[in-house]
Write a protein that binds this ligand. Structure first.
Ligand SMILES: [Fe+2]
Length: 420
């Protein structure tokens, strides 16, 4: 999240979006969207300050492209930097063609917190025609347009936001104080250039957010299908996710690595859907054939997860999830050893065993935390990653409290609450 910008203040509550006009707004000049390519070239070539601003805008919107709060802060700041006489900035858009227009940005320079109306007439015209307009709000023109431009009456410029799906919003800059001067035709050209970059940036952001939602819904569907197969396994997966994250945070993993860890941990036992219930819940030891069937679940997890398309950094989730039973000495189902096992998989492995041992199951009782930790400590460097076991040890009281509702000041003899 970006820091609040002290130069400007939000005035969203003062915004009357699509206010019905009392007096027809007067259009003083316009610029069709098809001219914007020429305008961009002209404006950027002839004005070094504008060229520099636009270059910075392109760079900063690219850096903030997947972070909504940061992107809107960049757009809001640049609007006032690019138009020094503007007192108010409004950006209204719709994410889908059928959706209503809503305010995305409504800002005033500090000290200029008066209401910022968007004119219904102007917005409808801009959306329909795709023109950028220089206009005057709520004033009776009385004849001579040029004299109005030259006078210092209240003016505004508005441009359409356009992307691959057409026009989807408007951006408006207002001069509310006569002392600040007025907008000109050059400002109109400048706003056209600004709006084209803002349109691209917003469209990219929404596409990214849509992809994230699609991915999250896929994950939710998979978890739901596991819940239908066996509620206990699904709950185990959710607890392993939380324990894994506690270990990962203790180890100082980056936000990206924590996200990878989170998704892989949640899905690590998905492959148990390919194991028969009588094997999954069998009390006592498994026969050789049953053990073979059970051991296949890690490979099933990979084959299911390989079918999903992952956003960017999450591409290795299937392998990480599948390797949750790998041993440091290379004796796990895939025979991978040591550092060749992804770090996130080594963390999930520790969290998985911790949860399995500390939880009561239909076929076995729960072990006390001390005993579980002792077993993990005994397997350090052979079965489990040493740093992951140590990290769990360091945060175990919080984990017991947060994930298992077991108080840190427990009595060693006190029976553990059966994990849900
Ligand atoms: Fe497993």
């Amino acid at each position: 999240m970006s820091e609040p910008d002290p130069t400007f203040e939000f005035a969203a509550r003062d915004l009357n979006l699509l206010q019905t006009d009392t007096t027809e707004p007067t259009v003083l000049a316009w610029r069709p969207a098809q001219d914007w390519g020429d305008v961009r070239e002209l404006v950027v070539r002839t004005n070094a300050r504008v060229a520099e601003l636009m270059l910075s805008l392109v760079r900063e919107t690219a850096q903030a492209r997947n972070d909504e709060a940061r992107l809107l802060a960049v757009i809001g700041r640049f609007a006032f930097e690019a138009f020094p006489n503007a007192t108010h900035h409004v950006l209204a858009a719709r994410e889908h063609d059928e959706a209503p227009l809503h305010n995305i940005i409504a800002r005033a320079r500090a000290g200029d917190g008066t209401s910022v109306p968007l004119s219904r007439t102007i917005v409808e015209r801009v959306l329909r025609d795709g023109h950028a307009l220089l206009f005057m709000q709520g004033q009776d023109l009385g004849g001579n347009k040029e004299s109005i431009v030259m006078s210092r009456l209240e003016t505004a410029i508005v441009a359409p936001l356009t992307g691959v799906r057409g026009t989807f919003g408007v951006i408006q800059l207002d001069v509310r104080k006569p002392a600040r001067g007025r907008f000109t035709q050059e400002d109109l050209g400048m706003l056209s250039v600004f709006a084209s970059q803002v349109g691209l940036a917003l469209e990219h952001l929404w596409l990214h957010q849509q992809q994230q939602r699609a991915f999250q819904s896929t994950i939710s569907a998979l978890v739901h299908s596991l819940t239908l197969k066996d509620r206990e396994i699904a709950q185990h997966c959710e607890r392993v996710q939380r324990v894994s994250l506690a270990i990962g945070e203790r180890l100082g993993l980056s936000d990206t690595d924590l996200e990878i860890l989170s998704v892989a941990a949640l899905l690590h036992d998905l492959g148990k859907q390919g194991v028969r219930n009588e094997v999954l819940t069998k009390p006592g030891s498994l026969t050789g054939v049953e053990r073979q069937e059970m051991d296949q679940h890690a490979a099933h997890t990979q084959s299911i997860l390989d079918m999903i398309e992952y956003p960017g950094d999450l591409w290795d989730v299937p392998r990480i999830a599948a390797y949750h039973h790998e041993k440091i000495d290379g004796t796990g189902p895939f025979g991978v050893a040591g550092d060749n096992i992804p770090r996130a998989a080594r963390i999930i492995s520790v969290a998985d065993v911790f949860d399995a041992l500390i939880s009561a199951r239909s076929y076995k009782p729960a072990l006390p935390p001390e005993e579980v930790l002792a077993k993990l400590a005994a397997g350090k460097g052979k079965d489990w990653d040493e740093s992951a076991v140590d990290a769990l040890h360091a945060v175990v009281n919080d984990v017991l409290n947060d994930v298992y509702s077991i108080s840190p000041d427990r009595d060693g003899e006190e029976p553990l609450a059966k994990a849900a």
